[in-house]
Design a protein around this ligand. Structure first.
Ligand code: DGT
Ligand code: CA
Ligand code: CA
Ligand code: ZN
Length: 584
């Protein structure tokens, strides 16, 4: 079977890691690693590019790498990799990926203890055999065990921010075809889950064949996993699996409802249907007798809309984001579904960066970009001094920055208001990165954890509490510190965080960047139940990142959040009033 882009990317990345273990110069290591990353994200099939003879036009691919790609495309293997793998056990590539192990340690374990796989390493660590090696100790041994445990929790799921645009592009393409009358992304994407297992697409049409044929032949398809008249599955070049189902328009409602899920929600729906005398599946409501057997000759109820599916059960339509069997059925029955926040409710963005720290645009440019997107006010929140790699602001620089913010605010002439804030680090030792004399000069203070996220629960929770307890801190940014798909959140005592935030009226963020989506929905829901204000912020470092607000709104909707709880839905007067009440 010919290699896909992803498999070729994997080989290059393995080569990079093996070279690194070998002690090869970093420049060479990086050229393979970058090539791997580039190929993984490439929107076109390498076979097609090679056939055109334009491999070297790919950024980072020179003659040497192009020759290697050609070899893999033609033979399915790479001699250079095979030779390396004979020299250095390829299982070490996995070992290097463990948090707390790098190439040097992997080599040490291999040379000293002949460890070449993760299970061997785990056994050695649990038997206490690592702590006596050079540069190791009990603490680093324990860290490796934790790293292995974290790795085993990894999911292979894809962030929503990658899956949603990919799914939308395919759907848009299919909807241009004649005969496609309805189309939707269903499954976990429609429910706005932060990570996605596979993509589920639905199209309504009376003529499925040409749509199916187009689907399996799309340029971004790496392989066809199944190709049938009503259902096909493909794997994309980036590894994502996409299922497409095509059905008659008359069954659109039941199908969309079924394939949106969640499975738990579907089960509840089926139970309600049975109570009403029907068996419900993706095709129809079918009348059943008292034993629950389908009465084949009785007329079925077809639903061409989801509204009709819910109405048949005496329910109002339930927004997909809350279809998790976590109270939505009961709320619908009681007529108490929340009016969930929408993107249209968003008036402001209270967390963003400029060239003063690690952003790419000036204050003025960010203000213009936000204005273009219909924002009524923004807060400039660059990094504080502790974030040296992000060019964080010294006390002197942040005071200087304030003059520029005030000037831009003037220049914008009321079309958009521009406020001055900061994203202040909560340092590893739990102290805040600026003294109160500085904080009290700012309009809005975000405090965030950026480093030492693996501290024990008590210690890291105390850091966040220190920030909340400071009266100048208005918002905790990306509170749990997770990075999707696989970086675990910090081990925070969220009950303690909520209690403190409630006591001080401090807001908690839903960071809309799809790598974060933090707070996640279940925590946002709890916060809102407790009356804690929420901010949905893009944390933009560039203009386009302001367009990611929708992911934050989806996450909020999953958390049953209504506009009233979200500070940046408020008009600017109310925002100013709120900050004044907090002593600004
Ligand atoms: P994912 O792909 O893991 O991110 O999550 P989903 O929710 O997209 O799950 P998926 O793709 O397996 O199936 C899509 C929907 O189809 C799912 O949300 C509910 C429905 N479904 C699939 N299998 C079953 C099942 O065995 N029972 C029920 N009740 N519904 C199912
Ligand atoms: Ca799915
Ligand atoms: Ca699926
Ligand atoms: Zn930030």
């Amino acid at each position: 079977m010919p290699l896909t882009n992803r498999e070729i990317a994997d080989i290059f990345e393995k080569v990079a890691t093996l070279l690194e273990i070998k002690g090869e110069i970093i420049h060479r290591v990086l050229s393979y690693r970058r090539a791997g990353e580039t190929i993984r994200d490439l929107p076109r099939d390498l076979h097609a590019i090679a056939a055109e003879g334009t491999l070297t036009a790919i950024p980072g691919i020179g003659d040497t790498l192009a020759t290697k790609i050609t070899e893999m495309l033609e033979t399915g293997t790479l001699q250079f990799y095979e030779k390396l793998a004979a020299e250095i056990p390829p299982g070490l590539v996995e070992v290097v990926h463990i948090n707390g192990v790098g190439p040097k340690k992997a080599k040490l374990f291999w040379k000293e203890l002949n460890i070449t796989t993760i299970p061997e390493l785990e056994a050695a660590a649990r038997e206490g055999k690592l702590r006596n090696l050079a540069g190791m100790g009990e603490k680093s041994e324990k860290k490796i065990i934790e790293g292995i445990e974290a790795l085993s929790r990894q999911t292979g799921r894809v962030p929503l921010g990658i899956a949603l645009p990919a799914a939308q592009a395919i759907l848009d393409r299919l909807m241009t075809l004649a005969g496609a009358s309805e189309g939707a992304i269903a499954g976990s994407i429609r429910r706005g889950r932060p990570t996605i297992g596979d993509v589920d697409l639905l199209v309504a049409s009376d003529d499925a064949t040409p749509i199916m044929d187009t689907f399996v032949k799309m340029e971004q398809v790496a392989r066809v996993l199944g190709h049938g008249p009503t259902k096909s599955s493909v794997e994309l070049l980036n590894g994502l699996q996409v299922d497409l189902r095509i059905l008659e328009k008359s069954r659109w409602g039941t199908a969309l409802n079924y394939f949106t899920g969640s499975q738990a929600h579907n089960i509840r729906m089926r139970e309600l249907a049975l109570k009403a005398g029907y068996s419900l599946n993706e095709h129809a409501f079918s009348p059943v007798d008292s034993q629950g057997n389908i009465q084949e000759d009785a007329p079925k109820i077809l639903c061409d809309s989801e509204e009709k599916v819910y109405a048949t059960l005496g329910l109002p339509w339930i927004p997909p984001e809350i279809r998790e069997d976590s109270g939505e059925i009961e709320a619908a029955q009681a007529g108490k579904l929340p009016e969930l926040i929408t993107l249209n409710d968003i008036q402001a963005d209270l967390h963003m960066h400029t060239t003063w720290s690690d952003g790419t645009l000036s204050i003025r440019e960010m203000a213009e970009a936000a204005l273009q997107r219909g924002r009524k006010y923004i807060v400039i929140t660059d990094h504080s001094q502790y974030s040296a790699i992000a060019n964080g602001l010294s006390v002197e620089r942040i005071l200087q920055q304030q003059l520029e913010v005030r000037q831009v605010d003037q220049e914008m002439g009321g079309r958009i208001r521009v406020f001055h804030g900061v994203e202040m680090d909560i340092r590893s030792d739990g102290t805040l990165d600026y003294p109160d004399e500085v904080l009290e000069k700012l309009d809005f203070v975000v405090a965030s954890l950026h480093i030492s996220l693996r501290q024990p629960r008590e210690q890291i929770t105390q850091r966040v509490l220190n920030a909340i307890n400071n009266p100048h801190v208005d918002l905790i940014g990306h509170p749990r510190g997770q990075l999707l798909p696989d970086r675990e959140p910090a081990d925070l005592d969220m009950d303690a965080v909520f209690a403190a935030a409630k006591e001080h009226g401090t807001a908690l963020e839903i960071n809309a960047n799809p790598r974060r989506l933090d707070l996640e929905a279940q925590y946002a829901r709890r916060a809102v139940e407790l009356g804690i204000p929420i901010c949905i912020d893009t944390d933009a470092h560039a203009a386009e990142q302001m367009d990611l607000m929708g992911y934050g709104v989806l996450t909020a909707r999953r958390g049953w959040v209504t506009a009233a709880s979200v500070i940046n839905t408020w008009p600017v007067e109310k925002f100013i009033q709120w900050t004044q009440q907090r002593g600004k």
